[in-house]
Design a protein around this ligand. Sequence first.
Ligand SMILES: Cc1cc2nc3c(=O)[nH]c(=O)nc-3n(C[C@H](O)[C@H](O)[C@H](O)COP(=O)(O)O)c2cc1C
Length: 161
Amino acid sequence: MSSEAMAAVRSLVWPVCLVGAMEDGRHNVMTAAWISQVSHNPLLVMVSIAPGRFTHDMIVRTGEFMISILSAEQQEVSNFCGSRSGRDVDKIAQLQLKTEPAKVIRVPRISGCVANLECRLVSRHTAGDHTLFIGEVVAADTAGAEKQPLVMYRGKTVKFC
Ligand SMILES: Cc1cc2nc3c(=O)[nH]c(=O)nc-3n(C[C@H](O)[C@H](O)[C@H](O)COP(=O)(O)O)c2cc1C
């Protein structure tokens, strides 16, 4: 792919989120930016995850995931959860992230974010070197709706606006 094509694609703006999964009592989160709404009715969202991520197979096996939209103050959370694997470290314990039980799924919510979306996996599709996980939003909170979200633009995480 040409570097101009790469630069153009990186001009898309992505929301920086944590994607959480829970299996056998083990809760893991990873940073993900390739996330979008893909349907109104039913309310569906998509997250694109590389097969090598620890989170990937947790979602495949459990059929559930949490999307926690990070705020502009959570840059360090994004950096840490996007550069360490849950295979090697308990990211939630290391960062002392506060969690709350979800309403419908088993994966806990992350406190202090812009919003939490509880997703039940409805399908998955291979797309090049990533897997697209399509989830139905079965419950959510907007507790931090007044917070500014963290976004990814041209390879950097920055404040929205
Ligand atoms: C800002 C940012 C955005 C990221 N977006 C994605 C993404 O959309 N999909 C993906 O597979 N990895 C993405 N990553 C990389 C994963 O977060 C990283 O590989 C992480 O360590 C995987 O954790 P795990 O092995 O515990 O699942 C991103 C990293 C950062 C810092």
